[in-house]
Ligand binder design. Structure first.
Ligand SMILES: *Cc1c(COP(=O)(O)O)cnc(C)c1O
Length: 441
């Protein structure tokens, strides 16, 4: 397993993260356990921020909180001078509870409810990313009722395909998100918005996909957005002050994944903006981006306890852990691949090839196929790396399992940031109708 950030093998032959022995973490907090290398999260934030500072452009780096949205993470993002994307009232609530500055919060989503819009306007968030015509008019109406003017970006689909897994790509014309640049719907949205009194048009937003390892897609998106900006300026006399080029910067889950340094993505984006806007004599806009996975992904490790095994001679050996698709649905959803090691026997040589199964009642509940490990024993601790993004965020109570705890580790210290769920968290909202209670008497 590739060791990310501060992860290393210590003198006891154990995996250590943030200066804390992984086996100690499991003793203190139990398993499954999500462990975040806080220094690595902060480093990733700084890589983006510093790359933009070097560009000389005005910018905001908005952490896409959907990747991992808990109060401690929102607080960390605020400390690192990040902005924050939210896509629901729940994420907005979490950010506000954490004390995240409202004016640096951006609200996304293709179907924001009236309640969500009201909540966000009342909180005085920084910007709405408008996705469709209905939202535009609802937003204008609600803002009017509240005697406020709201800042908006328009999400456009620039028709750029990022090379990535089909199911998590959103840049093509056939997408549930945004206004199409090619078919004129984006232009029409700007035209309509210009006539609305309660929206302040900042500019446009494009997000071309996820887990992207090249800069070409971002460059092409910047080009198309710039051409659109020039067109809108000429036809509608509207000048964009902000261009948001979304997230999607890739990370290394497994060997063969070859992400670029974050500064390389940023430089490609800022250069493309300078070239394309500069050559059109257009005032350089502020550039916003929205990294999610690349902020938290490789900083997360999940620790499991190994339980049962099943060997099918000549076929394979299944090794089961005490979690699975309930804490990491990505292998089942996207065929996502992960690396892992035995955290308590980190220096031992691999002796067998096993497949890691979850404990949930689905044949598809597999975490890793064909993993080289030392001869595994019940009670060993399996560490799966790169689980920081879209793991806790997508966790469920399937089979009524309790969602795991989350700890931040840094400089030898471990802090619980999400408590392990209790049975009451799982069944506490259940109600038995009175008539059933009577019937059983
Ligand atoms: C999901 C998403 C992001 C973050 O994507 P990552 O791949 O996690 O960087 C950013 N912007 C928008 C609009 C998104 O939907």
């Amino acid at each position: 397993m590739y060791l990310h950030g501060t992860s290393k093998i210590n003198d006891q032959g154990h995996l250590e993260i943030g200066g804390v022995d992984a086996t100690k973490l499991t003793q203190e907090f139990g398993t499954p356990l999500y462990v975040f290398d806080e220094a690595l999260v902060r480093q990733r934030c700084r890589e983006f921020v510093e790359a933009f500072q070097a560009s000389g452009l005005k910018f905001q780096v908005a952490y896409a909180s959907k990747a991992f949205c808990v109060m401690a993470m929102c607080r960390l993002a605020a400390e690192e001078n990040m902005s924050l994307d939210v896509v629901s009232d729940g994420e907005l609530y979490t950010a506000l509870q954490a004390g995240f500055p409202a004016d640096r919060i951006h609200f996304h989503g293709n179907n924001k409810t009236i309640e969500e819009i009201e909540m966000a306007i009342d909180a005085k968030i920084g910007c709405f990313v408008v996705d469709n015509f209905a939202e535009l008019h609802t937003l204008n109406a609600i803002a009017g009722e509240k005697r406020q003017k709201v800042k908006v970006l328009f999400r456009v689909t620039p028709g750029v395909e990022a090379h990535t897994h089909e199911f998590i790509s959103t840049g093509q014309t056939d997408s549930k998100f945004g206004f199409d640049l090619g078919n004129g719907s984006a232009f029409r949205a700007l035209e309509e918005a210009k006539a609305l009194p309660n929206v302040d048009i900042l500019g446009v937003h494009s997000h071309i996909g996820s887990q992207i390892f090249e800069v070409d897609g971002f460059r092409m998106a910047a080009e198309r957005v710039a051409a659109f900006a020039v067109h809108v300026r000429k036809e509608l006399d509207l000048t964009f002050r902000v261009i948001n080029l979304g997230g999607g910067f890739g990370i290394r889950y497994i060997e063969g994944h070859t992400p670029l340094p974050m500064a390389t993505y940023v430089k490609a984006i800022t250069d493309a903006i300078k070239e394309n806007f500069g050559s059109n004599d257009y005032p350089l806009p502020e550039i916003w981006i929205e990294p999610g996975r690349s902020i938290v992904g490789d900083a997360g490790t999940t620790l499991y306890t190994i339980g049962s095994t099943k060997e099918i001679p000549g076929v394979r050996k299944y090794v089961a852990v005490d979690g699975g698709m309930s804490d990491n649905p990505r292998p089942a959803l996207y065929d996502a691949q992960y690396e892992a090691m035995l955290a308590n026997r980190a220096t031992e040589q691999p002796e067998e090839v096993v497949s890691i199964a979850g404990k949930l009642c689905e044949s598809g509940d597999m975490l890793i196929w064909d993993l080289n490990l030392p001869k595994v024993q019940t009670g060993d601790i399996l560490a799966v790396s790169c689980t920081g993004a879209y793991n806790y965020a997508m966790a469920s109570n399937y089979n009524r399992v309790r969602r795991p705890a989350v700890v931040f580790v840094k400089d030898g210290q471990a802090d619980l940031v999400v408590k392990r769920e209790t049975f009451d968290n799982v069944a506490g909202n259940d109600l038995i109708p009175e008539r059933m209670k009577q019937a059983s008497k």
